[in-house]
Design a protein around this ligand. Sequence first.
Ligand SMILES: [Zn+2]
Length: 934
Amino acid sequence: MKFTTTFLHLLLIFATDAVYGSHNYATVATNGQPFPWAERRLPDNIFPVHYNLLIHPNLTTLKFTGSVKIEVDVTHNTNTVILHSKHLQIVKASIEDEMDDSSLGVALQVLEYPPHEQIALLSANTLLAGKKYFVYLSYAANLSEGFHGFYKSTYPSKGGETRILASTHFEPTSARMAFPCFDEPAFKANYSITIRRGAEHIALSNMPKVKTVHLGDGLYEDHFDISVRMSTYLVAFIVCDFKSVSKMTSTGVKISVYAVPDKWNQTHYALEAAVKLLEFYEKYFNIYYPLPKQDLVAIPDFQLGAMENWGLTTYRETSLLFDPQTSSVSDKLWVTLVIGHELAHQWFGNLVTMEWWNDIWLNEGFARYMEIVSVEATYPELQADDYLLGTCFAAIGRDSMNSSRPITTAAESPTEINEMFDTVSYEKGACILHMLRSYLSKDVFQSGIVRYLRKYSYRNAKNEDLWNSMANTCSDEDFTSGEFCYSSNQAFKNRYKYGGEHLDLKTMMNTWTLQKGIPLVIVDQQDNIVRIRQERFLRGIFPTDPVWPSLQEGYLWHIPLTYITSNSRNIQRHLLETKSGVIDLRGNVSWIKFNTDMNGYYIVHYEGDGWDKIIKLLKENHTLLSHKDRTHLIHNAFQLVSAGKLSLDRALDLLLYLRFETHNVPLLQGLGYLETIFRMIEKAGNPDVAQNLKNYILKYFQDVIDKQTWSDEGSISDRRLRSEVLNLACDFDHPMSVKKANELFKEWVRSNGTLSLPTDVIMMVYSVGAKSAEGWDFLLEKYKISLSGAEQSKILSALINTKDVDKLLRLLHMGMKEDTIRMQDLPSAIYSVAINPVGHSLAWNFVKKYWNELVEKFELGSNSIRTIIIGTTSHFSSKEDLNEVKMFFESIKEHSSQLRATQMCLENIEKNIRWLERNLETLKTWLLKNIMGF
Ligand SMILES: [Zn+2]
């Protein structure tokens, strides 16, 4: 059965009576009158029930007009209606009550308070509690120039003319830029949307179109069906001239993929994937997708990866379109994961929404996790499961810094809310859900989330609602039939595996969501006795530092430990709820490995001769451990070096087994660390050490490099390895690889760019080709005319690989002026320029110079601004750099003091300085010793 009914739940959400009605007349409206509401959050005296919204964009003047009639319920008597509005020019406002059948009420005075993006409608008559009213507003505005609200996007047609479209992006707080509304996630309502457009365009919205009315003068009005009950940030509409492909799912949902007409032929893979993934979710969640259709639309200008608007998901072109000629296997994985992510949101986020932005991880952590679960189930050949390790490593990278934050963090202003969309909400959220799933078992986890989704459908939820649903695996039907709900056999079985007495999930999970950071589990094994203790894991801060005790105080996690030993590779379990504990292994055990397959969110350190045993084990028989365990050991060892717990030469010794490694994941993890160290040393001005490290990498991995073919053959794993290894080899000027890439590039140029290259090696062929002036120019011309986003992003990376500083600056200016390079691609271009050894100070100076323009375009607190700040400073490793960055942030204090990213970036530079101080000499000595070994 499908849900299309209207749910009219009265939500009693935020404020207590004490907050309600608080009048602080210090807030002054734009006209000088007192503004009657001082809080950022709206009062709880009025609730929207239904919006009737009419929007008319003019794609020539780039303006739009709108009107909205909002049916509201009043719960406390009041004379004011406070709602959100940003950059809208209100033309008229009125209020009618249910009985009033005159078409419009008396015009009301409207006060504006821009700091809180609110307006107040002042009514002479008191609006009475328990009654229903209709708020009517008409307004006008410009289409937004950035990527939020109702914004303009353009693309060139084949004939070279510029086509314009208008699309929306509202999450988290930009619905108020398109229509006056109660713009908070808990104010759910139904929407009836009408869009006016010209004959040359189509209009799309969350629901299917029910009729089109011809208004004359080439103007049409599309009426869309009434929506399900949803939050403002999920409303969406688009006016464009796109083409689409469609297909029905087995349960009768019409899936369509839209793109600009010339890219129509790149939509087919997304259509197939969306059908499969939607069918998967309907089964997994055991809840039908409640709308009759799902449109997936590739928007030419899009700041992020994609957006989950209900029934009308929007994507960056590279997140949705797949071109068999130029999209690599990694591009395919990316497109599939993004679709899996947005479709997961149709349940997690859209059907059940977090009560407030402080719990955005309930949306994003779940979607990030479910994208992996769903793609693993529907496209096993893509090996999405391996991607989870990288996800958790990214989370740890952020969370092991003191500037991290708890998953659930207070966020009130739009900037603070924007900053919640970060690695902690997404990646850490996904990793702790993965830990919970392996703790509870797959079945219990699944039935817990089904229960949660059913119970809170069309409503809002908090953290603890999830834990309660998870801990209690019975369905509502079980409750009514009087069954005992902790009795799920599976839950019991797992509980006993941990030796726990009760399943207190809330207490356990609060240690992961309400305190920041990640635990370090220190293991001391003496024969069969294993002593374990936990502390907070911190990189770049050591126990000898005076701040250490204060940074450790009060931290304690409930850690579901898993381990295997030399005696048994069956997973053993132990729940560590205290600072320390002892495990008696029984029998003679030579080695032990904790955090099996990295199913838990913690780092492990093996004290005494623990690491020696592991290094020996990997050298002698690495296949006794799974590839995930091997990857996890490599990761842990290098993390421990940054924390001062393990010396660098031990971590490097551990990598020596990689000579025998055949699995791409641990191999790439090890190579990745060596490459990162190389980049840092190179930029820190140690050319001799850098050269030695480069020589070492090329010699040590020579067999792996030589084995690669310049083709698209093999499994996904082979193909990903090929791309990464050959890319590194070309970057390091490996003669054979550079020669091959040059040959292919010449052939490609001779064919005038029509020759179809193997997709896995296109990147290196372009990069090597871009080293010559003619090659660079040829690629830039090709960039301008390419219809494939996948190809364009490969070309842009190649162009940025040049060692010519003037060319790099030219590219950045092109992005800034939106000449050839789209503004949406500027943050990643700045990031790539910063990675280039000749470009890092250029990128930083560019950011300083254009800071105000960048903030205006991408919004303070956004992921793009974070990419720009972190990306341009992540390689800084000297005290001079640190002072320089500090001085810049001081000069933009108004912005920087509001941002977490600035703290993160300073802490990161301090960490780099300490890393070099501690490890440079060790690295030098180790390299000399080991290069001799060849
Ligand atoms: Zn998401």
